[in-house]
Ligand binder design. Structure first.
Ligand SMILES: Cc1cc2nc3c(=O)[nH]c(=O)nc-3n(C[C@H](O)[C@H](O)[C@H](O)COP(=O)(O)OP(=O)(O)OC[C@H]3O[C@@H](n4cnc5c(N)ncnc54)[C@H](O)[C@@H]3O)c2cc1C
Length: 418
């Protein structure tokens, strides 16, 4: 069997098993119960070294990563290198690199929003972002290798054929997408980055289609990407419509709407606001989940933007009111801040809201005896629903927690008087 086919099957199998485990609601911690006790202890100890300590902490130019992250990247790169090298010549490896890059592109087309894909796979948003990042980098590396071998083994490379032009476009678009994803570029103009990134992705997939031969595997990898992206977009769109059915322009419609945007009087432009939504139907969610919110009336560009926010008012029951604490950071949140009122019960003229969710994995706080929480600044809001879950769970004797510690670091801007 061609190793690239084996690789495609293994990758597909990995993602399908993640979906299956998630659909069957198998709690990953309960796997451990099936292991003998010495193996459980060994695994716990290994986790302490692999998963918890960071090799590189949060950095301006690099995302944080652990030993487990490093090992999984090495295994991923080794798998690809093996497929290139196995029973191969340099020309064959060059061709395989092209096919492998298309196979590795598949996880990059898991849908228009990573939130939905993360929910289906049962991964956290951060974990899926890591997968996305690694797949993009490895694909780009394989394309470079494919190009280098093609240049070396051919005498001329004319730009008269569509096949060659599309190769240049696909390679450049992928390279640019990887370069511009570097945190210092991405962070500053996030919305511009996101739209440009999506345009480049479209360019990569269309030009790859024009470039690849119509042999089975490369084309099949593209079909899979199209199919996954199409299905995920439909499901995401359906969720948006289902949650926000009132696709009417009437402000008094029964769709989800903002009923309050509140800020304290005299507070600076940097303090967060409280936003309350009234939903059209009650929603059941887990503690710590978030929604992707889209409020077209905030401004012209907000028509094409959605932003994620954690629901701070988790009650443990189905709820029609959702509360959020939103810190002004960039243009969208600042515009929202400018609409906030200093009297309660006012919505500053902001009405209709569209949203998808609830999204995200709820941290299993009820399964631990010792809970240690760390927050800085307004990051504390993400902990509020988890604390509520611990309080409710303790009363109902549903949680195992015996000791809870919360460390909260915040800047105390004191006033000095002379
Ligand atoms: C899962 C999740 C939950 C969040 N919960 C809260 C919360 O409860 N309260 C709160 O104040 N903030 C929360 N945030 C951050 C909030 O989404 C951003 O501050 C907001 O989107 C900034 O938008 P902006 O246009 O004002 O600023 P921008 O200048 O456009 O963005 C500032 C930064 O916010 C992030 N960001 C912007 N847009 C998005 C997006 N569509 N998707 C993901 N990240 C984005 C980027 O890292 C960007 O660098 C959360 C973020 C995530 C990923």
């Amino acid at each position: 069997m061609d190793p690239t086919l084996g690789y495609a099957i293994a990758l597909g199998g990995l993602f399908l098993s993640l979906i299956l485990v998630n659909l069957l609601h198998v709690n990953r911690l309960t796997y451990l119960a099936y292991f003998p006790s010495f193996a459980r202890n060994y695994l716990h100890r290994a986790w302490r070294y692999l998963i918890y300590p960071y090799l590189v902490h949060r950095h301006r130019f690099l995302p944080p990563f652990t030993l487990a992250d490093l090992l999984s990247q090495l295994i991923y790169i080794a798998g690809n290198s093996f497929c290139l090298a196995y029973g191969s010549t340099i020309e064959k490896a060059g061709l395989r690199a092209g096919t492998l890059s298309l196979i590795n592109l598949t996880p990059l087309f898991f849908g228009p929003h990573l939130s939905f894909a993360a929910d289906v796979l049962g991964l956290s948003l951060g974990a899926l972002r890591n997968v996305h990042r690694s797949a993009g980098l490895v694909s780009a590396g394989l394309v470079m290798f494919h190009t280098a071998v093609a240049i070396k083994s051919r005498t001329g490379f004319g730009l008269s054929s569509i096949k060659n032009v599309s190769a240049v476009v696909a390679g450049s678009a992928l390279g640019l997408a990887v370069l511009l994803s570097w945190p210092p570029f991405r962070r500053h103009l996030y919305e511009v980055f996101l739209r440009f990134h999506q345009t480049l992705a479209l360019l990569v997939i269309i030009s790859s289609w024009l470039h690849v031969p119509s042999t089975r595997l490369p084309r099949f990898a593209l079909y899979i990407s199209f199919a996954i992206f199409g299905l995920a977009s439909l499901a995401d769109g359906w969720l948006l419509v289902r949650r926000s059915v009132a696709l009417t322009r009437r402000k008094d419609s029964d769709g989800p709407r903002v009923i309050e945007i509140f800020k304290h009087q005299g507070n600076s432009d940097k303090t967060p606001i409280q936003l309350t939504l009234l939903l059209k139907e009650q929603l059941k969610m887990k503690a710590g989940q978030y929604i992707n919110m889209w409020i077209p009336s905030i401004g012209f560009l907000s028509r094409i933007q959605s932003h994620p926010f954690v629901v701070t008012s988790w009650t443990g029951k189905r709820q029609s009111y959702l509360e959020f604490v939103i810190e002004p950071r960039g243009s969208w949140t600042r515009k929202l801040h400018s609409r906030a009122m200093t009297v309660s019960g006012q919505n500053g003229g902001v009405h209709r809201v569209f949203f998808t969710g609830p999204h995200g994995m709820s941290p299993p706080v009820d399964e631990y005896e010792y809970v240690f929480m760390v927050a800085s600044g307004y990051g504390i809001v993400a902990h509020l629903p988890l604390l509520e879950r611990l309080v409710q769970g303790t009363r109902a004797r549903e949680v195992r927690a015996r000791r809870i510690r919360l460390v909260w670091e915040f800047a105390d801007v004191g006033r000095s008087t002379n």
